[in-house]
Design a protein around this ligand. Structure first.
Ligand code: AMP
Ligand code: MG
Length: 632
């Protein structure tokens, strides 16, 4: 495929500066909405109270309106007697009678203080005896009442423009009697997904297609920011169709977002179509990772952006460049940006010449600080962003960040919540079932899949509650236990069967499969437990496909099911899910290493309960194809 190079790749800040100079991001005009429709909207006016709150001197208790000086000296031994007026003051009524010296008038909580009174005596310190009030405690002027305007004074500014209205704010607006309020019009954001390979969730899937996740995440991110998304659909890589869709989008939108088709490959036509606008493309290519191919453009002074198609790139560049513009158009101040310090858990290599955003998950270290684990998935990942706690910016000219380096983590979302159970190690379908069971008990679980060895290291450093591992010690031919030191305790997990898979119509057994040199295999990455097993099965043989080394049980099953390979080694559960024929090789132990000092933590106890030999949860694991380690 023919490729054009990016002519000029700009520095992030310079790219933003040029684009901001070309677009208009001033708050949109205000519109008046009913108070009942104002929740979540951004105030377009400073709101001044036109009334006092409370509007009158108000009793805060059920009791008696009095002149405070008439009660002076009263106590249990020497109560004061006042003449009780016939009228009593309920709520919602202006009293007619006046409190004369030596008298009292009954009043309800919320009642309006009668003329002459300056305090309220609570009913609890009084007795009524035939038209006389006996007061057993003295009070001071102002006791048990709120003067008019103490809460909100007439003319006071109670809310400022740029506030996003919460229920607390709408309550204040109601308290001052506002029926409607001026709010900034929501920015209309048109969203177009592009690419021949896209199908919408729920539509029929075929090999080579992908579900359109960008359309959804962008529309909902716009909505979260207070904008009004208009998702126009997914469009094929076809100039005429894209041109027509862009024209439609520009009809009413305040901002247009396209995703995909911005690299300089031959099928990437969005740049071409956006270049036809006036002024068109302002920046195409920014020294970022992920996100290099982002295209920042304008139509008139209206922002138009082509986000890269890779989901992590799309969402990152959205938050870096587009979200601030939507906030400004909405009348909001720049977003809160919480940055906290952590130590990087693993050495990380970065590309020179590009600002790199490294997504990380955060866990508590034993010394109380935080450790940041790189999420380790590329820019094509949809889950990395949704699971990460934050990201680290690795500057353009840094190539290596050593393990244990201090890094600044910008939090994604609001505040950092640390999980009840931090799991770092090897991933398994059975672990997902465990996490789901713990979640139903109300525990939050954070799983970071870094492999068995990475998990063991994290457990030794005391950075996780448990490390699921499956490591065979060749010398003793036992799993897991030989790898633990005194700081770790083994919680037996389950066994899972590893075996050779083929498509269902292949009936031959392992030896015959290996003997057929026309068959292609799918291997596993070096260092994985499965690879050790494959090496043992193969001996010195090197069938075609030996160098094809995907990194997960799922990828092996997919390669065989989709005929990129004819056989591979994976676990039984995954093989059955994919409808493959399975030939057992050996059971493997998947156990949990737990730091000794975390053994009694509530979430670890819950995990131990689930995995106990007689636990009902064992039946669930068995149904998934996982055996009891206690029977081996
Ligand atoms: P592109 O930027 O069009 O070259 O796409 C880069 C990668 O992102 C390809 O693997 C696309 O399949 C993927 N991609 C593009 N658009 C979307 C989308 N809307 N949802 C999910 N993946 C996408
Ligand atoms: Mg594309």
């Amino acid at each position: 495929m023919r490729q054009r190079q990016f002519l000029e790749v700009l520095d992030r800040d310079e790219a933003e500066r040029r684009w901001r100079a070309a677009i208009d991001a001033a708050p949109l005009p205000a519109e008046r909405v009913a108070l009942a429709d104002s929740l979540g909207r951004v105030l377009g006016e400073d709101v001044r109270a036109e009334v006092d709150v409370p509007g009158f001197d108000r009793s805060n208790m059920d009791g008696f309106a009095v002149r405070a000086e008439d009660t002076y000296g009263a106590n249990e031994e020497a109560p004061v007697r006042l003449r009780l007026g016939a009228e009593s003051v309920p709520t919602g009524v202006a009293p007619k009678a006046e409190v004369e010296p030596g008298t009292a008038i009954a009043i309800a909580t919320g009642g309006m203080l009668p003329r002459g009174a300056d305090a309220v005596v609570p009913v609890e310190v009084t007795d009524v005896e035939a038209g006389t009030l006996v007061v057993r405690r003295a009070c001071v002027p102002g006791a048990a009442l709120s003067f008019a305007g103490t809460d909100i004074g007439c003319g006071e500014t109670v809310l400022f423009a740029g506030t996003r209205l919460t229920s607390r704010d709408t309550g204040v607006l109601a308290a001052i009697g506002r029926r409607d309020v001026d709010v900034v019009r929501r920015p209309r954001v048109a969203i177009l997904s592009t690419g021949d390979e896209l199908v919408q969730p729920g539509e029929a899937m075929r090999p080579g297609l992908v579900y359109d996740s960008n359309g959804r995440i962008l529309a909902d991110a716009v909505r979260e920011l207070g904008g009004e998304p208009e998702f126009l659909g997914a469009f094929r890589d076809d100039v005429a169709a894209l041109r027509a869709a862009l024209r439609r989008a520009l009809g009413s939108a305040d901002l247009v977002l396209l995703s995909g088709g911005t690299s300089k490959g031959e099928g990437d036509l969005n740049g071409q179509v956006v270049a036809e606008l006036d002024p068109g493309i302002v920046v195409h290519g920014v020294a970022l990772k992920p996100g290099k191919p982002i295209c920042l453009a304008a139509s008139g002074r209206r922002p138009v952006v082509i986000l890269p198609g890779f989901p992590t790139s799309a969402v990152f560049t959205f938050h870096e460049f587009v979200a601030p513009v939507i906030r400004e158009l909405s009348g909001l101040a720049p977003g809160p940006c919480e940055v906290i310090s952590a130590r990087l858990a693993q050495k990380t290599v970065s590309e020179r010449g590009r600002l790199e955003y490294l997504l990380v998950g955060l866990v508590r270290r034993p010394d109380g600080g935080l450790a940041a684990y790189p999420m380790g998935k590329g820019s094509g990942s949809v889950t990395a962003f949704s699971r990460a706690d934050g990201f680290v910016r690795i500057p353009r000219n840094t190539e290596i960040v050593e393990a244990d380096s201090e890094v600044a983590v910008t939090l994604i979302g609001r505040g950092l919540t640390l999980a009840d159970l931090v799991v770092i190690g090897s991933h398994c379908v059975g672990l997902d079932a465990i996490a789901a069971a713990l979640a139903r008990e109300g525990f939050t679980v954070k799983v970071m899949a870094v492999g068995s060895q990475g998990g063991l290291a994290a457990a030794r450093r005391g950075e996780c509650d448990t490390a699921p591992i499956h490591l065979l010690d060749p010398a003793s031919q036992t799993y897991n236990r030989p790898f633990l030191d005194d700081s770790l305790r083994l919680l037996p997990g389950y066994t899972r069967l590893q075996g050779v898979v083929t498509r269902a119509d292949e009936a031959r057994e392992i030896d015959d499969l290996l003997a057929d040199t026309a068959l292609r295999m799918v291997n596993r990455n070096r260092g994985s437990g499965t690879r050790i097993l494959i090496d043992r099965v193969l001996g010195a043989r090197r069938p075609p496909g030996h160098a094809y080394e995907p990194r997960s049980h799922f990828a092996v099953a997919a390669a065989v099911a989709q005929k990129r390979a004819d056989w591979g080694v994976t676990i039984e559960t995954v093989a059955r899910q994919s409808g493959l024929r399975f030939r057992p090789l050996q059971p493997e132990h998947y156990d949990f290493a737990v730091p000794v000092d975390r053994w009694e933590r509530p979430a670890v106890r819950a995990l131990r309960r689930l995995l106990a030999p007689a636990s009902p949860f064992r039946a669930k694991l068995e149904a998934l194809g996982f055996g009891s380690p206690h029977e081996c």
